[in-house]
Design a protein around this ligand. Sequence first.
Ligand SMILES: Cc1cc2nc3c(=O)[nH]c(=O)nc-3n(C[C@H](O)[C@H](O)[C@H](O)COP(=O)(O)O)c2cc1C
Ligand code: SF4
Length: 459
Amino acid sequence: MQHILLRGRDIPDIWKLDVYRQNGGYEGLQKALSMKPSEVIDVVKASNLRGRGGAGFPTGLKWSFIPQSEPVKYVAVNADESETGTFKDREIMETNPHQLIEGALICAWAIQATAVYIYLRGEFWDVAHALDERIAEARQAGLVGDNILGSGWSCNVYTHLGAGAYICGEESALLNSLEGKLGQPRVRPPFPAQKGGGLYSEPTVVNNVETLTNVPWIIINGADAYKQIGTERSPGTKIFCVSGHVNKPGNYELPLGVTFRELLYDHAGGVPGGRAMKAILPSGGSGPIIAVNDAVLDTRLTYEDMAKVDSILGSASIIVMDENVDITWVAAKVTKFFKHESCGKCTPCREGTYWLDKVLDRIMANEAQPGDIELIDNVAKNMQGVTLCALGDFAANPIIHTIKNFREDFMQHMKPAEVPAKADQRKPTNAGAAAATTVPGPLEGKRDTVATGTPARKS
Ligand SMILES: Cc1cc2nc3c(=O)[nH]c(=O)nc-3n(C[C@H](O)[C@H](O)[C@H](O)COP(=O)(O)O)c2cc1C
Ligand code: SF4
């Protein structure tokens, strides 16, 4: 299949303006400029394109929220890409940058924005410098700046580097950071698309890099063509960032609706050494962890199907763990990340992540106190749905879902006297039973008694 987004893999040097233009580059912008802004929004709406930043919000609908009567409007491109295991936006910006610039300009035309700001995480300084050069070339060619392609419409494009904070990927924190303020989420409403809620209080569309890179293709080929790819509710291709215990980690651009089995075994080459796949984090650290079985492997990767396995597609940063991984260690590691990245603005997230980390440290040191598993489960559940931004939920997920799906791994860290007392609450698996009877001491034998009964690929 020809790539829509990772075209650098099909066309050498497409990052160069002349090569991009020889391959249809900026024809989408030209076509959009010949349409009314509202018609452009209608096409994107009809395509059912959904935001690739994590939430899957319909892109055309988001654009339609912008009040056209306001004279000043902005586009903010979210290139923060801070989610653990996510590395797709970087590849787009490095290998096919003009398609992102073109997509952002089409969005700007559709909402009649006066400027586009591409907000990149601080570590992407090299990507930002290269993008600046691409933007300068486009300006030279009359594609950015004053009187774009002779249309009479002017719009500038700027890059802006953050300081490397995960929370600045959250759209309202991103806007604060762009304004030079502390990168903390804002209280909403007003939302970014509304007057008072966007950049410098002006209505602003915030879209992810991958989302906007789809737009030129949609404008050129039409909404119906786009809907031929993927599924009805999740059309198009998606870049799946695959890492962890697979033979061929990397970015895979595939139609939405591909199954875990196809992605992880046919494309990513399965687990090294033929070991069993134990768990998948489908959306980096922020999404609920999944215990792998045949039904999971046959699940389609779409926004709607992931709910069937009690998880989310998110940014599709898929981290694979084999049978040797202690999932308690995963929960502890991810919790440290969220504790570090919590901006501290609201109490449940600030205090909750601190206490989760503290208790997990003692569980990992095999110094757990009776009731520690219930304690962290309770703390995490009390963080859900009560925080200013979704980071509070993200931090609760690893705890709630690892305890739910991998309780036996936690039990391996409990003192021997604790294990029988908790045995009735554990999942009735053979591995669990083995753990209950064979754990000789806090750490001894831990890896040998981890569940191994997960299936590999179907032949
Ligand atoms: C804590 C947190 C971090 C986020 N990080 C990113 C990020 O790095 N990149 C991104 O595109 N969206 C991120 N988001 C989602 C954005 O808030 C927003 O939904 C997205 O940029 C909207 O673009 P889309 O509609 O194109 O998906 C994050 C959200 C939260 C709560
Ligand atoms: S949930 Fe956490 S990261 Fe989000 S605003 Fe509250 S303290 Fe900050």
